[in-house]
Structure formats: C-alpha cells, structure tokens
Ligand binder design. Structure first.
Ligand code: EPZ
Length: 416
C-alpha cells in the first residue's frame, strides 16, 4: 500500500486508455452466480475491490481465474449462500450479491454492510423491495437472513433512485415468477452495462438507463461473455489531473455520452474538448475559471463520485466555486487535507465554498476514502513542492495503478 510521493508542477499530457468501470464490474461479477456455468468478464480493472469480490465468489464455492484483465467465473461448484462479517466489513458493496444469491439459492445470509467514511449507507430500500417480491427477511445479531420459497415479480417503486437497490432488484427479478417493474430506477450507465450482461445470460430486461425498468422472469440463466464499460469517473479524474496542470490529454476507450455533466463543467472552467465516439482530447488553459455552482445528483446529473476530484480542480481556478453534495452526508473529508495544502474552502453543511488561490503548497496529507484520495493526487500534481499522500489503499480500491498512468503522461509521481 505505502504512500504516493508527488513533485508538483509537471504538466500531465499524453494518452491514457481508461480502465474498466469498478461500479459496473462489481454487480456483474455478483450476477455470474445466478447461472450454473462459466462466465467470462473482459476489461476487468485491477483493483482492490475486484480482489475482494473474487474472494466473495471463492467463499461461495465458485472457481475464479483472473489474468490480464479477464476474469473467468465457474459457478458449478457453488455450495454456500453466506457472506460473512469479515468480507462485508472489507467491502460493504458486497451487499450487491444479495439479489443474485437469492435468485440462485432462494436463500441468503449476509452480514449487515454498515456504513463507510462517506456516509451511513442504509439498505432500507433494498430490503423493502425484496420483501415486496416475497423474500422473508429477518435482521438479527448483525446478519440479514433471507428465504424466498417463491420470488414474485412485483411492481416496485424506489423512494430514491438508488443504484444498489436498483441492481439488487434487477438481480432478484430475472428469475422471479412473472413481471417486475422498477419505477424511479437509477439510470446510471453502470445499470445499463449490468442489463446488457443479464440479457446475454438469457434474462429479459427492458428500460435500463431510464427510470422504469421491466423484467420478465425466466426459468434459468446461462453463463455469458461480457466486456466491462469504461470507467467514467476514472476518465474524468484523469481529465482533471491534466486540466489543473495546463496539460493536453487524449483519453481512449471512453464513452463521452456517459460523461456529459462532467464535460460540461470542464468546458465551463475553460478547457477545450474534442469528443469522438470512444475518444476525448482535452486542452487546458493556463488558468482555469471557477464554476458557479456544482450540485451532485443521480444520473444524468453531476456525479457525487467526481465531486471531490473536481473540488481539487477549482482550488486554483480564478474566482469562487460552490459545491452542494446532495447524495452522501459526509463527503467533504478531503477539505481538511486540501486546506493543509493552502486551499481556501469553507464548508457549511452540505455546501462547500471554494475561493481559488494562485498557489497550493506540497504537504503531508492523508486519504480517508477513495475519491477524496484522488482529489489529493490532483491537488498535489499542481502544488509547489512535494506532497506525500498516505492511505493509498483507499485510492487503489478504484484506480488501477494510478501512478503508472500519470507517470506515462509526465507526472512526477512514485509509490513508496
Ligand atoms: C453506488 O453506491 C456506487 N457504488 C457509489 O460509488 C456511488 O457514489 C453511488 O452509487 C451513487 O452514484 C457502487 O456502485 C459499488 P445509492 P450505492 O444506493 O449503490 C441512499 C465510488 O466512489 N440510500 O445510489 O450504495 C444513500 O444513503 C462509490 O465508486 C438509502 O437511503 O449508492 C445515499 O444517500 C461511492 N437507502 C443515496 O441513497 C438505500 O437502501 C445514494 O445511494 C440505499 C441508498
């Protein structure tokens, strides 16, 4: 794990092929357990969260082979339906296995996921929807015990377009009896990617990417082959790394159509963008302009996951920018660390007011969660002097070899 050491001031310019999406590969790997057979997942990023998901699959009795970005999952040996506390505490998003295990085994026992540094992360919407589908759920002694003699297709309305709840209902619905509709469903591109994989497994899924998803239950699914979509948050993080250093960056293997809200903000800050079907070329100005107000919202709104990296971007912009974090209740932990580097940020509840400064100074800073850690990397690339970032285990959860990608574009960054 170690530390990242960054000597600021070098332009980040060059070309990066963007990794596969963490938030697509996790639910898709979970979905593999629903078929009694072998699935092959390509463009799988090399992340700590994928390591942990592989471990969950192995604990369930599946065979997992991962090399060169290709994961082969063989579920014929699946012999368990439990996710124990140690694994769930390691990665709370393992809760996404719930719907898949219930679909396959008609029962599941999972440790309560609990919260994480950015918020309480309740799963009430997941459990309410599964109960409406006929799942008997007992919450006791820190575990969620589910049995479903019959999984009924139902009309589910989500009080909030929760990504995880949408995914868990989709996974429970694909082999349920009858038709399930999910209204106020999450519309994220990762949901569309999951829907593609489920369809390739033989499921009947319509409407992903819209607020109403319709699933007609089938008797069984089969293994499938799938290539994971590009990671739009990692792509925007690298655009920010280049923009704050006045660089010119070409991103390949990306889908600009998934990134509209983020690209709009970058243009407002003064970068020049040339977008093609799977490529983005960005040229940054000498100094960025501030952004009037950024509000995080469910897709297609501005993504909460890029809030902290883009806040880092505004710390040296000309003018004042305001961020409003509407999705998670504790997603400003990077502010203290950016302040240590000379940023001028005032937090009031869910809002943060950033007054651009001419210079940041290198400092010793600590990453306390994944995207806040990426924000510190971005700030350090433009700061004067050397920055040491500890807590890289958080960054490695979502960014594959971050120092290698940035080194390849001229950044003075190394891992110790
Ligand atoms: C997914 O988390 C992503 N994680 C998150 O990415 C992302 O920030 C989030 O969606 C929003 O886009 C993965 O896909 C693995 P939610 P998820 O359910 O599904 C509330 C990253 O950095 N809520 O859409 O947990 C919840 O408290 C991570 O890559 C309930 O109240 O997000 C939050 O305020 C961080 N009850 C809001 O909904 C529920 O039952 C959004 O949560 C579920 C959620």
């Amino acid at each position: 794990m170690g530390k990242l050491i960054i000597d600021g001031g070098a332009r980040v310019s060059g070309e990066i092929r963007v990794q596969g999406a963490k938030n697509a590969v996790l639910p898709i790997l979970a979905a593999t357990v629903m078929a009694d057979g072998e699935s092959v997942i390509k463009n799988c990023p090399d992340l700590r969260d994928v390591d942990k998901t592989d471990l969950v699959l192995k604990r369930l009795g599946c065979g997992v082979n991962r090399e060169n970005g290709i994961v082969t999952v063989d579920t014929r040996g699946m012999c368990d339906c439990r996710i124990c506390e140690d694994l769930m505490r390691e990665m709370r998003s393992s809760i996404i296995f719930l719907g898949a295990i219930i679909s396959r085994c008609r029962r599941a026992v999972v440790s309560m996921p609990g919260g994480c540094p950015i918020g309480l992360r309740p799963i009430d919407l997941h459990l309410k929807a599964l109960r409406e589908m006929g799942v008997d759920i007992q919450e006791e002694h820190g575990y969620i015990k589910c049995t479903a003699d019959v999984l009924r297709g139902s009309s589910i309305h989500l009080d909030f377009p929760s990504v995880g709840a949408t995914e868990n209902v989709m996974l429970a619905a694909v082999c349920a009896e009858g038709i399930t509709t999910i209204s106020n469903a999450a519309r994220e591109p990762e949901i569309v990617d999951l829907g593609r994989f489920l369809t390739d497994m033989g499921a009947k899924v319509q409407g992903t990417g819209t607020s109403v998803i319709t699933i007609e239950g089938v008797d069984r699914l089969h293994g499938a082959e799938h290539t994971i979509m590009p990671d739009r948050i990692v792509a925007a993080t690298y655009l920010a790394a280049s923009a704050i250093t006045g660089g010119e960056l070409c991103l390949r293997g990306v889908n600009p159509a998934d990134m509209r809200a983020m690209l709009h903000v970058l243009k407002e800050m003064g970068v020049k963008l040339k977008c093609e079907s799977d490529k983005i070329i960005q040229t940054a100005p000498e100094r960025l302009k501030s952004v009037h107000t950024i509000r995080t919202l469910p897709y297609p709104g501005f993504p909460t996951d890029i809030q902290s990296p883009f806040m880092a971007l505004t710390t040296m912009a000309k003018g004042t920018s305001v961020f409003v974090e509407n999705i998670f209740e504790n997603r400003f932990q990077h502010v203290d660390e950016l302040t240590r580097m000379g940023a001028d940020i005032k937090v009031e509840g869910r809002s943060a007011v950033v007054r651009g400064v001419k210079e940041l100074q290198g400092a010793n800073v600590v990453a306390r969660e994944l995207r806040g850690g990426a924000a510190l990397v971005i700030a350090a690339l433009a700061a004067s002097g050397t920055t040491t970032i500890s807590g890289t285990e958080f960054i490695d959860r979502g960014y594959e070899n971050i120092e290698k990608y940035l080194q390849s574009c001229g950044a003075k960054i190394r891992r110790e």
